[in-house]
Design a protein around this ligand. Sequence first.
Ligand code: TRP
Length: 357
Amino acid sequence: MDPRSTAFLFEEQKHQLTETFYREKIRMKPIILTGDRPTGPLHLGHYVGTLSNRVRLQEDYQQFLIIADTQALTDHYDQPEKVRENITQVALDYLAIGLDPHKSTFFIQSRVPELFELTVHFLNLVTVSRLMRNPTVKEEVRQKSMEDSLPAGFLTYPISQAADILAFKTDLVPVGEDQNPMIEQTNEIARRFNFIYKSSCLKEVKPLIGNVGRLIGIDGQTKMSKSAGNAIFLGDSYEQIKSKVQKMYTDPSHLRVADPGTVEGNVVFSFLDAFDPEKNQVEELKDHYRRGGLGDGVLKQRLTALLEEFIAPMRKRRQEYEKDPGEVLRICFQGSERARECVQSTLREVREAMALI
Ligand code: TRP
């Protein structure tokens, strides 16, 4: 469009009006902050743990979604390209599941440098031994065998995450169960800051844990994760879904259809519990399976159809946005500007409370 044309000016005005209207409308709503590290595509475990809540809550909350690239670098500092590429992937996942950039603010952590000043001030309020006790960090250190080479940045990421959360005067943080220790750490920092600097500028937050705290992986061994190679991704094709369901761990002693089978620890049933809306039918299927006479194949077919129905609309939306990656980045950059204003305002209060010059 010609930038001198009336049509262009009209579009610009309309855009500005929408932006003002948007700001007015969301000002009064309680605030949500949550997000993800851009290290890979999101999967069904993320969906049941937190993503489904975000889609639901974006109507009634002012929701900020952090694509935490700086946090991702704390254990991927040697793979910055991977982190960078996954920023768009995570944003695409958000758009695919129906998060609406007009209702939720998507932003990129590294584009809001004020977060890192907050982090520095908070670092003084937490002891190293407290950081070492964080169960989530401990588990990650063990999984990644970082015991003897633990970067200071990784050990302290919960403090940076507390800054992410406190910077927005957040009310609610919808996360998976593994993030609960981060919320506790955040609230400790808020209390300590307010106590030491005789302030009330930081606000304690509440976690909101998803329906299924932990979705098991298709191998039935550990919770679903990309690194364990046991995940079904939100962007998977029908063929991928089908072959992953085919591989799902069931009951190894259920050899013949007629044999009685075990439901507990059977991954197919865990998934039916999480995704099948027909709860009564699932209970009947469990009884039948326990009695014997119900084959794994029938259950796997049911689950494949169910998951395909669930993922197909996401795949379609993703394909739409994939056609215009520039637009996806624009959404993130614009959101980052908006996020920055909020963080700057909290940082001003923090600096004042600390009597910084
Ligand atoms: N730690 C989260 C993850 O592993 C990402 C994250 C960064 C986050 N900052 C946050 C989550 C603030 C909730 C709130 O994916």
